[in-house]
Design a protein around this ligand. Structure first.
Ligand SMILES: [Cu+2]
Length: 177
């Protein structure tokens, strides 16, 4: 019993650091890569946990990395035009979705007839870890200044509906960590 209590006490400061003090958002396992066959596009992935429930409503990277960043989801191709399409998705975003799904042979094989589209808010249910991963939700980096090179790092700013904005450092990898 004493041992358990000691272990909990020892762990508490670590937990605070991981959550950024008062911040109820935890980000883990972040990484990014250049789209395998489209050097002008990149994607960033991570696991996000909100202890209180929140929404990710915006993402941005320095202009030295990419012209802009968007939150994307993968949907079956035949749903692309139905009402699940967010009003905020631009024509530009749709064109890019189609290009990406056609050019990325690996992804097309894995996903079948899946395309990606922009979403304006990613729900983060309280206490649930939401995975941004290849083939699912991701942060799209559009118009990369130059292709991401393995080992590079860059800052990614995450805006939340409730929590304070967080900026994380993302490492470029060739495959998931
Ligand atoms: Cu995308």
């Amino acid at each position: 019993m004493n041992r358990t209590r000691l272990a909990l006490l020892a762990f508490a400061p670590l937990a605070l650091v991981a959550c950024g003090g008062d911040d109820p958002i935890t980000i883990e396992g972040q990484w990014a890569r250049t789209s395998p066959s489209m050097a002008s596009m990149g994607a960033a992935y991570m696991d996000i946990t909100s202890s209180e429930g929140d929404q990710l409503v915006g993402v941005s990277v320095p202009a030295s990395i990419a012209a802009r960043a968007e939150i994307h989801e993968m949907v079956p191709a035949d749903m692309e035009m139905d009402d699940s399409m967010d009003m905020g998705a631009s024509e530009d975003g749709m064109d890019h979705s189609m290009d990406e799904s056609m050019d990325d042979g690996e992804m097309a094989m894995d996903m079948g007839a899946m395309v990606m589209q922009q979403i304006m808010a990613l729900d983060l249910p309280a206490g649930e870890t939401v995975n941004l991963e290849p083939g699912g939700y991701h942060v799209m980096l559009i118009d990369l200044a130059e292709p991401l090179a393995e080992g590079d790092t860059f800052n990614l700013a995450l805006d939340f509906a409730e929590a304070e904005d967080i900026t994380i450092e993302v490492v470029v990898r060739t495959e998931a960590p």
